[in-house]
Design a protein around this ligand. Sequence first.
Ligand SMILES: Nc1nc(=O)c(N)c(NC[C@H](O)[C@H](O)[C@H](O)COP(=O)(O)O)[nH]1
Ligand SMILES: [Zn+2]
Length: 164
Amino acid sequence: APNIHVDYMQQALNLARKSPPKPTNYRVGALLIDGKTNTVLATGYTLECEGNTHAEQSCFIKLAKEHNVTEEQLGGILPKETVLYTTVEPCFKRLSGNLPCVQRILRLGKAIKTVYVGVKEPEKFVGENTGRKQLEDAGIEVVLVEGMEKEILEVATAGHVPER
Ligand SMILES: Nc1nc(=O)c(N)c(NC[C@H](O)[C@H](O)[C@H](O)COP(=O)(O)O)[nH]1
Ligand SMILES: [Zn+2]
């Protein structure tokens, strides 16, 4: 039977393929979904929005612009059954020092109920990603959508110099 989570994760992966390859990040795709009506609220991919933006961050930036609010105010207008799909789990630390997406998700309050991820973040840039625990401690469910790890990582690391 077609799995709705795999369908959305495939959509997110197709978004990730639009991201310009870079050796210092991952090419990620993300979708914000209204879980009640099953409608797509926003899509995003790494570097879509100006500056050094992440896929999840691009979803928030675009949706905030659409509603004429700041990214910080987005929590007030998101449907309460909002779910986030992201091919790579939200970052908890960024080498650039920019605000990590786990913090961006947490400051939306209870707006995001569940985060569906395609893979855990590899340890290459920032070591073990402890973001999942921060989200769970805030009452946000983190669910791994299995079966697409290999193709998600291939896309995510396309800009990386092959390990010797
Ligand atoms: N979930 C997620 N979505 C993204 O769109 C993206 N690029 C990453 N990547 C995580 C990785 O840890 C950071 O890309 C590096 O730590 C470099 O940090 P910057 O991206 O330059 O801020 N992770
Ligand atoms: Zn991030």
